[in-house]
Write a protein that binds this ligand. Structure first.
Ligand code: DLL
Length: 410
């Protein structure tokens, strides 16, 4: 047996062989079924039969978010739509989202991989899991939901709610694990303190957080305030959603589900591969995805491979927490926003190129976003009513586009 499911161990050579076979099959599938990749291979003169070592992957050009966006909505699907049973989206660089699809087989693997990261984070079938991610086109909630059910835990699909309601559910239903963004967990923790509830009287033990960057300091703060063990989870819709990599209870890096994803770390300027330990841009190739495989996708996320073995015994390689982005994507409460998306909306309302600033602030663990818009003097000589009308129009457009409330100042 090459894969020890219990211990999540695999011999290094066996893993390489498994990855190679899966890579070869993915390459053939996309060459046959996805015109974008077939054109790419033909243009570069790459023979899909010429991959005899994992390292041969370097022959393939990178795929960017722009490539995905240009193929909106279904251009990169590798199966007919009748085989797709689920659709999610991720934010694109302009108003256009990226649409990702899943076959039945993809959903099965997705729930297995999320179950793997959940159990690495301490969750068992005895847990009561409160999912406080937004249920919808975002992959976070559904991804964790099916993974938790796969483990056999009891799932409470609360979604995003007023923190007091989350806390009431937590108290009454005896939640043992909270799943959310770290900033939302901090908001819940601060509200618990405000309400004068003793966190020792809650049943919470674990928190599995992700979808946005956070620091060791925030981890400590959440752990102390909620009296839990908090672990980091990484994933992205373009590749699958949560379940791509996750921390174990050692909390020293995120184990990559390497039997399903091939990770490379490159210098974002020279595009050359980096040595273990050096920080660069993460590039991911899916090895088993059926509906929406990607080859050498540039994630825009900065991290590094961690050297050495993890004391937990898992042999899956680890990456460090995500340290930043190579582009200007803003992550606020797990939502991904590009300034260009805001600019398009301001342009549509104003009818001219806007001059603006985006101000991000964190107060008591809550991220707030303010748009400071430069306006001509005549609007200030206009009656106050017109100014507040403009502010309201902008606020409404932004919040209906992103599902988040914005402060707007002129
Ligand atoms: O955020 C999937 C996810 C949901 C992961 C729930 C973990 C938990 P997207 O909305 O497509 O998917 O956003 C993906 O979010 O490229 C990173 O920039 C960022 N991101 C995700 N997890 C982390 C993390 C989901 N743990 C983008 N730390 C990624 C830092 C993260 N950034």
């Amino acid at each position: 047996m090459i894969w020890d499911k219990e211990k999540e161990c695999i011999d290094k050579e066996d893993l390489k062989q498994l990855q190679l076979e899966r890579l070869q099959s993915t390459i053939h599938r996309v060459y046959r079924n996805v015109p974008f990749y077939r054109r790419m291979f033909d243009k570069e003169g790459i023979d899909p039969d010429s991959f005899s070592r994992i390292e041969d992957i370097k022959k393939i050009p990178f795929t960017t978010k722009n490539d995905l966006r240009e193929n909106y909505p279904y251009g990169l699907f590798a199966v007919p739509l009748r085989e797709v049973v689920r659709i999610h989206t991720s934010s694109g660089t302009t108003g256009m989202p990226i649409v990702v699809g899943y076959t039945k087989g993809d959903l099965k693997i997705w729930s297995e991989l999320v179950a793997r990261v959940l159990s690495a984070g301490g969750v068992t079938k005895d847990d009561v899991i409160q999912i406080a991610f937004n249920y919808g086109l975002f992959t976070g909630a559904f991804g964790f939901h099916y993974g938790a059910e796969k483990i056999g835990a009891s799932v409470i699909p609360v979604s995003i709610e007023n923190p007091r309601k989350q806390i009431k559910i937590m108290q009454d239903y005896k939640t043992t694990a909270l799943i959310s963004t770290p900033s939302y967990a901090l908001l819940i923790a601060n509200t618990i303190l405000e309400m004068d509830i003793n966190p020792n009287f809650l049943s919470l033990k674990f928190g599995l957080f992700g979808a946005e960057p956070w620091s060791e300091r925030i981890r400590k703060e959440i752990e102390e305030k909620l009296k839990i063990t908090a672990t980091d989870n990484y994933g992205l819709s373009e590749v699958m959603g949560p379940g791509v990599a996750g921390e174990c209870l050692e909390k020293n890096g995120l184990h990559i589900n390497e039997d399903h994803f091939l990770f490379e770390i490159i210098d974002p300027h020279t595009l050359e591969p980096l040595e273990e330990g050096q920080t660069g841009e993460l590039v991911i190739t899916t090895l088993t995805k059926e509906a929406f495989p990607v080859l050498r996708f540039r994630t825009g996320d900065l991290t590094r491979f961690l050297p050495g073995k993890c004391p937990c015994g898992r042999t899956l390689r680890r990456i460090d927490r995500i340290m930043g982005r190579t582009d200007d994507m803003i992550i606020i409460r797990g939502l991904k926003i590009f300034p260009s998306q805001i600019e398009t909306i301001l342009y549509e309302i104003e009818g001219k190129q806007p001059n603006y600033q985006i101000i991000l602030e964190r107060q008591s663990g809550v991220d707030n976003i303010t748009i400071l818009l430069e306006v001509t003097e005549d609007i200030f000589s206009d009656v106050m009513k017109e100014q507040s009308q403009l502010i309201n129009i902008i606020k409404e457009r932004l919040s209906s586009e992103f599902g988040l409330s914005f402060n707007v100042k002129l």
